[in-house]
Design a protein around this ligand. Structure first.
Ligand code: XMP
Length: 601
């Protein structure tokens, strides 16, 4: 990982030191733990699991996160064992609990059947971690278990499966819990974290977003000195809030925003973003019209990975062109970026994900600015929900802050292409569409066909039929239901199709119809995200396309559940979509993630 300098620069805006540090052993909930502590009003950060003990001496408490590894395997994430003897209170969660037992002379065993999902906590011994905690529902997710506790520890709770659901050594201020207090399914989770943070660690409330805003503004003024700041704004929440903070700190004359119109965005997006920036008082907001460049670069490209690659390269070229023609590289300018806290962490299981995310922020011109410290990143201490709260405080419109997440490569990954025509095949389970979409199976991405069933979508299809079908055929990763069609399903065929303006316009139109309808009936705010996908499947040259509706619910996009639109509304929406002349049929994606991804690519 080579991107550290951007975040260790003196221009990163944030407080100096956290009271509580979460050590990351690669678990998907690591950041959630830190967020929960912050929700208690206490500043918490995340560091690599093996951070040396002396670096953590000033902390009031340490939490070791859960993670997918086994302490019994060589090379699994580890801690500096000295943290367990330094006198700073430590709470081990799940893998952290096992790691604590392992280091201090307890025994960790491969479990016989694991314990996943809801369980019941039975408190067996009074403990300072249990103040105000009743026997109640907890969330478990583990295979290994602690079978005997280290010398000096007591077992303080059990569950149906785990004899040691919790253990503690009060005099050493060491606590281990096998379950996850950070997830909402653990009913006493907040109380347990509160007991640890306040009673045991003696932390004080020091994290208040309204008080942070003026501090960060002061840091922005110090970083900018007499120079101006320019941003490549994406129309997303992070870059917009970061821009707004700079606007407030430096005044509208000194802050520039450049929005690249790639031609891959939703209908009226540029106008929408412009109106938001005007509302915020921006004076220097430029739109770079790059649609022709992007579409030219994407000519004839069908493969999803290649599409992403070309779009990434094109961004780099456009940024380089803007940097040189607008003279942003001369000494009067520094670069502003909307990097948020999770993007800055280089530890445990997050390192690889970060490498992918920061990639586009590292074009050579930008790297030169970073290397010379000419960068300001006002949001590096904040989580996404904190950024939204700050945005609200700064007067960023709710109609902007409450928008669904939207991928950087835009509609390009929702407009499927095909190198040649092909017929669809009737199979026992339905119709096999000769269109491949991306999926995720295990840790790897898959690229497989789609199975269409000729029925309208139902809850039963989503929970039972589709998972069973996806498991039964190794050539598919997705199942869709037919909402309605202008021609019999058996007569549809795939047409050779690439990414063209004409096709993107059809998708933009369909996407706008869906969005407008969902805003009207309230479905927009009932789902986390609602991609509309265009596939080159149709009845004739005049109507060569179909639309797939992909509404999902999710917390962070890592996993997702299909959301079902009420059938009367779905019928009305389908009828509206079929009014678009090029659209031949409308489908509904029945596939959770995994095995499908949210986007089709
Ligand atoms: P997948 O398709 O992997 O998507 O299930 C998970 C979430 O990530 C979003 N996504 C992206 N967001 N740049 C982004 O900013 C991207 O390249 C990108 N690709 C996918 C997707 O919309 C979903 O919310």
């Amino acid at each position: 990982m080579t991107s550290a300098p951007a975040f260790s620069s003196s221009n990163v805006c944030g407080p100096r030191s956290a009271q509580i540090t979460v050590l990351d052993t690669g678990g998907q909930y690591t950041h959630l733990i830190a967020r929960r502590v912050r929700e208690l009003g206490v500043y918490a950060d995340v560091m690599a699991s093996d951070t040396p003990s002396p670096e953590l001496r000033s902390r009031k408490g340490i939490i070791i996160s859960g993670g997918p590894a086994s302490v019994l395997e060589k090379g699994s994430p580890d801690i500096d064992p000295d943290i367990l003897r330094a006198g700073v209170p430590v709470l081990g969660i799940c893998y952290g609990h096992q790691l604590m037992a392992h280091h201090l002379g307890g025994t960790v065993q491969k479990g016989e059947r694991g314990e996943y999902g809801l369980a019941h906590l039975t408190v067996t011994t009074d403990d300072c971690l249990w103040t105000g905690v009743q026997n109640s529902q907890i969330w478990m997710s583990h295979f290994d278990t602690v079978s005997s506790v280290p010398p000096g520890f007591r077992v303080t709770a059990c569950s149906e499966v785990s004899g040691v659901a919790a253990m503690s050594d009060c005099s050493g201020k060491l606590f281990g819990i096998q379950f996850h207090p950070e997830v909402v399914h653990t009913h006493a989770g907040k109380q347990i974290l509160e007991n640890f943070v306040f009673q045991i660690c003696g932390a004080v409330q020091d994290w208040n977003l309204s008080q942070r805003v003026p501090v960060v503004e002061e840091q922005i003024r110090a970083a900018a000195r007499d120079r101006n700041v320019f941003f490549f704004v994406s129309g997303g929440v992070d870059s917009t809030v970061a821009y707004t903070m700079c606007l407030r700190a430096l005044g509208p004359e000194r802050v520039y925003g450049i929005y690249v119109d790639t031609g891959l965005m939703r209908k009226s997006e540029t106008e929408f973003v412009r109106s938001i920036f005007t509302e915020l008082g921006a004076r220097n907001f430029m739109v770079d019209a790059a649609e022709a460049e992007f579409l030219h670069a994407l000519r004839g490209i069908v493969d999803p990975e290649e599409k992403r690659c070309v779009i990434g390269e094109q961004f780099v070229k456009v940024q380089e062109r803007i940097l040189s023609t607008e003279h942003f590289l001369d000494g009067h300018w520094i670069l502003g970026q909307g990097t948020i806290y999770p993007d800055t962490i280089e530890s445990g299981g997050s390192a690889n994900a970060d490498l992918i995310k920061t990639h586009h922020n590292r074009v050579p011109g930008i790297q030169a600015l970073i290397d010379s410290g000419r960068i300001v990143e006002p949001l590096t201490s904040f989580y996404k929900d904190e950024v939204r709260a700050i945005g609200r405080e700064l007067g960023v419109s709710e109609r902007f802050l409450s928008r669904h997440p939207f991928p950087g490569p835009g509609l390009a990954i929702r407009c499927l292409c095909s190198s040649r025509g092909a017929a669809i095949t009737h199979v026992r389970e339905g119709f096999l569409l000769p269109i491949r979409s991306v999926g995720v199976q295990g840790d790897a991405r898959s690229y497989r066909n789609v199975l269409a069933i000729p029925d309208s979508p139902t809850a039963e299809h989503i929970s039972n039929t589709a998972p069973a079908l996806a498991n039964s055929r190794s050539d598919i990763n997705r199942v869709v239901a037919l909402c309605d069609t202008k021609a019999p399903l058996a007569g549809l065929r795939v047409f050779g199709a690439a990414l063209t303006k004409a096709r993107l316009d059809v998708l933009r139109e369909a996407d706008a119809v869906v969005r407008e309808f969902c805003l009207k009936v309230g479905f927009e705010h009932e789902v986390w995200q609602f991609p509309v996908v265009l596939i080159p499947l149709g009845a004739s040259e005049a109507a060569p396309e179909s639309v797939v509706l992909r509404p999902v619910n999710s917390v962070d996009g890592m996993t997702a559940d299909v959301a079902l639109m009420p059938s009367a509304e779905l019928r009305r929406l389908t009828a509206k979509l079929l009014e678009i002349p090029q659209i031949s049929s409308v489908f509904y994606d029945l596939t959770h993630k995994p095995p499908g991804t949210i986007e089709w690519e």
